[in-house]
Design a protein around this ligand. Sequence first.
Ligand code: PLP
Length: 409
Amino acid sequence: MATINHNFTKLSSGYLFPEIARRTALWQKAHPEATVLRLGIGNTTEALSPAVCKVLHDKVDLLSQRDTYSGYGDEQGDTYLREALVTYYKQHGVVLEPTEFFVSDGAKSDAANIQDIFGQDNIVAIQDPAYPVYVDSNVVGGRTGEFNKERLCYDGFVYLASNEGNGFVPEPPTQKVDLIYLCSPNNPTGAVASREQLKAFVDYALENKAVIIFDSAYCEYITEENYPRSIYEIAEAKKCAIEINSFSKFSGFTGVRLGWTIVPKALECEDGPAGLLNQMWNRRQCTFFNGASNIAQAGGYAVLSGEGLKQSQALVAYYMENARIIREGLSQVGLTVYGGINSPYIWARTPNDMLSWDFFDLLLDSCHVVVTPGSGFGPSGEHYIRVSSYGHRENVVKAMQSIEENLQI
Ligand code: PLP
C-alpha cells in the first residue's frame, strides 16, 4: 500500500495566499455589493512592454515555420539568454560564466527545489519573516520537526529575526548552521541589506562552510545608491552562495514564467570539491525539468536588451510610484511604515498591537482593502501587515482613500 510523505502533514496551515483568497471570497459572498481593493498578493498588473511583446510575437512566427521551428532547447537554458545574463551581471561588476546560469520557469520553483541537492541533516537558518517557500520546501524535505503552535515556528529551524531593532536585516546566526536563506530587497519587509550586512553573512558562511541561498527577485527595485543587487558583489561570495532571480517582478513575467539560478563553479560544500554543487544542480534540473518555454526565453532576452531594458525599468518605476502613494497614505492615518523605497512592499506595524490577521479582517471589513497579514511570513511578522504596490494606479489611490476615510484606530 502506498504511504504519504508525512512531512507534508507538518505544514502549518494552508499556504498563505490561498488562505487570504478564501477569507476574501467568504467576505465578498456576504457583501456582494462591495468592491474589494486588492493590495495583498505581489502579482503584477501592468501590460508587458512593447519591446518584449514584439519579440514574443516574432518567436511564435518562427515556431510556425518548419525551417525556423525549434523544440527542446539547450540544457541549462538557451545559450544566447545565458550570455545576455552574463552581460547583465557585468554591469554591476560581477563576472560569471554562462555555465553557471540555469534558466528556469521562475524563482519560486528554484527556491523550492534547490534544497534537493543538500543533505537532509543540514541545519537551516531562515531570515524571519520570509517568503514562505523557503520554509515550506525544507519542511517537506524533512529538515524540521513539528510546527510549534505556541511559538508559531518549526522546531529545528534557526529563525533570524528581522525587526525594528535591526532595521529588518538580521545578523548572521550565533550557532553553526549549514544553509542560510536570505532575500534582499526583502519580501515581505521591503528592507534591503547593505554591503556590510551581506559581507557579514558571507564571512560567516566561509568560516562555517555554510551555503547562502540568496533570493534577489526584487533587485531591480533598488532605488538608493550603493546597495548590492547581487550577492556576488561581495568578495568571495561565489565560494558560498547560490543566487536566485526572476523576470516576474522586473518585467511583468509573473504569467509568462521565467527565472534563473546561479550556482557558481567555485561554490564549496563540506563533502565534495568546488564544482560539485554546480554539477548536481545541472543533474537535478536535467532529470526533473525540461527547460523554460522557448517563447518566454526569447522574451527574457528582450528584457535584457536596449529598449526592453528601458521599458522594464519604466514598469518598475510605475510600481514604485504606487509604493510612494501607499507609504504616504498609511503614514497619514498614523501607521508606522517601513520599506517601499527599494522594494515594492510596504511593511506596516498594526495599530494598538493588533494581531496581523485581526488587522487584515478590520481593513477588509471597514475599508474593503485586502493586505497580507505579516504573521503568515513567520513569527517575527506578527503585528505587521504587508501592503503590495502591485495594482492599477486608480485602485491603489482608491484603496488609500478608503483607508483614510474609513479606518478607525
Ligand atoms: N522570490 C520572492 C522573494 C518572491 O516574492 C517571489 C514571488 O512573489 C518569487 C521568488 C517567485 O517568483 P517567480 O514568479 O519567478 O516564481
